[in-house]
Design a protein. Structure first.
Lengths: 112, 115
């Protein structure tokens, strides 16, 4: 079935380092793709999204580009801060489906 | 004001007990969800209601029964709790209109521990 696979964590890096979290999807049709973020002690919140091929979603310095040819939606940030420490979830939704399906989450810890 | 609030935040109980988790949203959304997050952070949808009607029911034991008295509330009742039910349960809601079922607003979770 349709699924989302993201890189396993945990990921630990220093402040101002470059962050990449890989996400790939299997697809029938053209799903919408999302990144959600879960800060410690909180629920998930939408970080960014892209609804069609070559779209780039961006928010809070994070970016992800919908790559149909590689079925990927990798999350990147050029210079992370301690406040970016969180669990990041890749997600997808097919256009004919009510369901938003999440990947397994990647825990990111940024050290000062 | 909290947009999606769920209670209790922590729930510790014995195997075999029956418990409920309540969820309320004040965003005026039509759709509400329950998700289960296991110890490895994997998030899995359990149920979704749209305007009080069940629209998603993933393969969840029938010990779990959602109830939506109105579109602002979606409660989760669990009968005969088992050790494997220990997890964090998240309630969420989403608006209709331009971004249906996509932009979810989550509560802060209920950590259930079954002993």
């Amino acid at each position: 079935g349709d699924s989302v696979t993201q890189m396993e964590g945990p990921v630990t890096l220093s402040e101002e380092a470059f962050l990449t979290i890989n996400c790939t999807y299997t697809a029938t049709g053209y799903p919408s793709l999302f990144w959600y973020v879960q800060y410690p002690g909180e629920g998930l919140q939408l970080l960014l999204k892209a609804t069609k091929a070559d779209d780039k979603g961006s928010n809070k310095g994070f970016e992800a580009t919908y790559r149909k040819e590689t079925t990927s939606f990798h999350l990147e940030k050029g210079s992370v801060q301690v406040s970016d420490s969180a669990v990041y979830f890749c997600a997808r939704r097919n256009s004919n489906d009510y369901k938003l399906s999440f990947g397994a989450g990647t825990t990111v810890t940024v050290r000062a | 004001d909290t947009a999606v609030s769920q209670t209790p935040k922590y729930l510790v109980t014995q195997m075999g007990n029956d418990k409920s988790i309540k969820c309320e949203q004040n965003l005026g959304h039509d759709t509400m969800y329950w998700y289960k997050q296991d110890s490895k952070k994997f998030l899995k949808i359990m149920f979704s209601y749209n305007n009080k009607e069940l629209i998603i029911n993933e393969t969840v034991p029938n010990r779990f029964s959602p109830k939506s008295p109105d579109k602002a509330h979606l409660n989760l009742h669990i009968n005969s709790l088992e050790l494997g039910d220990s997890a964090v349960y998240f309630c969420a809601s989403s608006p209709s209109g331009a971004e249906p079922f996509e932009k979810l607003f989550f509560g802060s979770g209920t950590q259930l521990s079954v002993l």
